[in-house]
Design a protein around this ligand. Sequence first.
Ligand code: SME
Length: 168
Amino acid sequence: MAIIMFDFRPGPEVSTAERWQQLTEAADALTQGERDPVANMANVAALLWEFLPDLNWAGFYRMIAEGDARELVLGPFIGRPACIRIALGRGVCGTAAQSGETQLVEDVHQFPGHIPCDAASRSELVVPVLRGGAVIAVIDLDSPLPARFDDEDAKGLKRLAELLSARI
Ligand code: SME
């Protein structure tokens, strides 16, 4: 059996825009032609973790429908064990899922209803993954640093979410 190794982790000199560019290319290469959504989400969670410094959680929540009810359910991630089900509109993830809008939170302690999965988290970026106009998942990044994420990160994560729309 062939052994395939990936070693990414760009150095500290790499700009945020370049980091997201490289991450997106790696995600494209790893998920292209693979039809298993769990495998793709797992690899992308690992890539986010490898490429982005100062994270304490990176991963997915999926929109799950049971009858008429919809809620977010935990998907592949790296980090501490997390809250499994999140109601739409609740916390940062539930707000992104309900509104379909990116949530860039500089201080999670100031976000009404924030769900603290890891007490170390101080800032958070959540981007919805849309397919045909509907939210099918959200990608969540957490950091122990206040104001860790900026507009460049939001732009990069949105582009990644677009790429993954048909692959998860
Ligand atoms: N803090 C999130 C919950 C998910 S965890 O951070 C992994 C929120 O408020 O939605």
